[in-house]
Design a protein around this ligand. Structure first.
Ligand code: ATP
Length: 255
């Protein structure tokens, strides 16, 4: 992969070295009377890849949506870069340096790759640097560079995922939140996307990732949280966690 200049949000530079980038305490989210996330704590240190894994319906997507302000909290607090952002509007969280790459790689299908990328920089307001950031994205994803004028809706699934990630990076986030970036992709494309996540981290980015595939998540991550039925049932550093134990946490003692 081509070496490219780091993409770093000012938030990441001003953070005190001992302070976590993201700190979540007692986060709870309800859909009507259903409590989908039931009081979870998690910490993301700067420069790390942290994964949230768990079976279907564990509450992973709901957690990410609450973190980026797309769902209201029933309880709990969120601190980001030393600031309480619990009630901050989603667009202000983007401005603070949180980018969310949602599930199912949502891109603007009727717009070109370039237009999608430029929209990703919308929150920044510094048009001067957009051209150099487009170059960075092309260096990171050469396949997008070859398709700048192509309509996003006509890209392959893997290319759309690349575009969704690149669009998130265009906001120059301090924290990139990714919801199942490998879902439904061919094995080769999965490797490419996950290698890119490692490359992004190497450039100084902090990543919070939801991944169905726990083994892949463990390979990639500095820290893994395992969710089940709206709660965190285990956490471990990616290197030391045992896949067999993960399986048991997925299934639960009562399964
Ligand atoms: P998956 O891996 O299948 O995407 P997940 O861990 O991301 O699962 P969530 O999508 O966060 O889980 O769902 C958590 C729980 O909340 C599930 O029981 C789900 O049915 C419920 N839920 C999610 N979205 C809604 C909604 N809009 N209305 C009602 N219930 C919902």
């Amino acid at each position: 992969m081509n070496p490219i200049a780091p993409i770093v949000h000012p938030t990441a530079l001003t953070l005190h070295p001992t302070e976590p980038l993201l700190q979540v305490a007692g986060l709870a989210v309800s859909y009507g009377r259903i409590r989908a996330v039931d009081g979870i704590d998690l910490t993301v240190e700067p420069g790390r890849i942290v994964s949230l894994v768990g079976s279907n319906g564990a509450g992973k997507t709901t957690t990410l949506m609450a973190l980026s302000g797309l769902l209201p909290l029933a309880a709990g607090r969120i601190r980001f870069a030393g600031e309480d952002i619990t009630t901050l509007a989603p667009e202000l969280r983007v401005a603070r340096g949180i980018a969310h790459v949602p599930e199912r790689r949502r891109v603007f299908a009727g717009m070109s790759v370039r237009e999608n990328l430029v929209l990703g920089a919308y929150s920044r307001g510094d048009a001067v640097d957009i051209a150099s950031d487009l170059e960075r994205m092309v260096a990171l994803f050469p396949r997008l560079g070859e398709r700048m004028a192509q309509l996003a809706g006509t890209l392959s699934g893997g290319e759309q995922q690349m575009l969704a990630i690149a669009r998130g990076l265009m906001s120059r986030p301090a924290l990139l939140i990714m919801d199942e970036p490998t879902m439904g992709l061919a094995p080769q494309m999965i490797d490419l996307i996950l290698d890119t996540v490692l490359e992004i981290r190497k450039q100084g980015m902090t990543v919070l990732l939801v991944e169905q595939n726990a083994v892949e998540a463990m390979r990639l991550s500095d820290h893994v949280y395992i969710m089940r039925l709206g709660r965190i049932v285990h956490e471990d550093s990616g290197a030391t966690i045992d896949p067999e134990r993960v399986k048991s946490f997925y299934l639960g003692a009562d399964s």
